[in-house]
Design a binder for this molecule. Sequence first.
Ligand code: ADP
Length: 634
Amino acid sequence: MAEEIKFKTETKRLLDLMINSIYTNKDIFLRELISNASDAIDKHHYLTLTDQSVAPQDYQIMVVADKNDKTITITDNGIGFTYEELKENLGTIAKSGSKEFVEKLDEKNKDSVDIIGQFGVGFYSAFIVGSEVEVLTKSPKSDKAYVFRSQGLDRYTIDECGKETVGTTIIIHLKDDTDDVKYSEYLDEWKIKELIVKYSDYIRYPIKTYVTSWEETDEKDDKGNPKQVEVKKLETVNSMVPLWKKSKADITDEELNGFYKDKFYDYQDPMMSMHFNVEGLVSYNALLFIPKRSPMNLYSEEFERGLQLYTKGVFILDKCKDLIPDYMRFVRGLVDTSDLSLNISREMLQDDRTLKKIASNVEKKILSELEKTLKNDRAKYEAFFDEYGISIKYGCYEDYGANKDKLKDLLLFKTLKEDKYITLSEYVAQMPEGQKDIYFACGKDRATVINLPYLDQLKKKGYDALICVDGVDEFLFNVLRDYNEHQFKSVNTGDLDLLDEEENKKIDEIKEEKKDLLQALKDSLKDDVVDVVLSKRLTDNAVCLSSKNNVSIEMEKILAAQDKYGAKAEKVLEINPNHEVFKAVEAAYDKNPDDIKKYATFLFDNALIVEGLPVKNNVEFAQIMCELFVNANK
Ligand code: ADP
């Protein structure tokens, strides 16, 4: 008795979509099923390498049409399904890409089913052309064989069956022809052959189908000519050269994009594709892609980076992380090498010297590709940087800056002067005479940063500043230290040394004069700041904070959010000596020196607010404000 099971909800939705969509490219169903068959064979082959009890097969994929039954049958001798796998893989949408896709479609794109045409939907695409689909399968891990049947409605059945060989046979019962669509077209030999050659030529296993030809016999016809008979022969139709083994010139963009979307479950073309055929100390072929959109979890711990690894065309590992540095975790793709042994274990791979050489070569190649793009196609590079710039920054500062020299010229920043990206070398080239350092200003976003009070002095001098809005930026500059001998200087943290001698002297005089007041403020704030000084960079604002150690105020915020180190900035309260508030504090101090704690708190809390930090004690702050206001109006 067959067991009847319901599809999971999102699977059902995908099925509805497959069945009801006026699918523009119905052809892709065959590509999808052949690609699954090829993966299944890869898995079987891999199993034979690790499990002596499983014998390798004469691997092949067969596609056969039956005009009487109106069926297309796709057979592979791959890994097959166990009962649980059938339920898990065909009863549920297995891959996250499809799930995400269905969810998105549900939200807003209900009508634009066209985009499915670009999207690998896997097994379910059988329902684009089929009214019923049967999957007969046997796994080497199971004694029993099973048949899965579904009409793409809300349920499917699983039953035991008598299949004896390991592998999977998918029988598609074609839908009836309509005025618009001739499903029966797929029963024609030439059509099947055309589809295999068009979409699955590079599949590494023979894809066989029946091809009819006329052959002469020994018999003669009336005219004495040899009689001809129709002969059906099973032929291999694909060239079996994997895409990455072909020469660049022989691959069209369409093929490359299709391959990427199919293999890496994306519905958009990649942002960049790279194809390397390297021969030398190490030899390998690589097909690498940078997706248009970075995955949501790119920077989370569960994200698994890595490239697919093949040796001599045989699939070894899905996510080989040793092939790609952490900061390039966004790169997808595969590497095929003949320099590794076929049955190398995953554990051994980690320390393998050949693999390390390939990895470092791959890294170099990608970097040079990025440099080329930056030079030759600025818009494309900027789009890349918008999406992955943080990764490049991260690469500069991870491992204590070990990679910074190869990455620093790939950095882009917006600046104080223009809301446009520039490189560090462009910044340096544009520095006015007299400017020695490279200034950077950090904050929440560009609009906030360009209004920071500390920038007044820079603006006056006509100097530009890099605007830093990413959390990693300050850490980055700490590691970079300088660029072509120009030091990086934070506008937020300390004295920028921008005043001329005269102005400096004046401030030093006031400092001497107001020594007592400054000391009294410092004593009052001894738990909060390491110093109270007269500012050399404020023009309009009364107060601000800077930091004495390597932890800036911005960093402190980031670190606090991560709750990791809890490292604190050594804060310095800067007071603008030319500001009315300073004069008012002076006067108040002369009158009521005992209230110094109040004035100090008032100044410090003001500075905290300017920095976007919480004041120490809300109630106390409110009370002081009220008191000062009342006194001022008495
Ligand atoms: P995917 O894109 O992951 O292949 P599918 O819906 O096409 O998604 O298939 C779901 C899963 O079913 C696959 O990941 C694979 O594990 C399994 N599968 C599909 N086709 C076959 C097959 N011919 N032989 C063995 N397993 C298969």
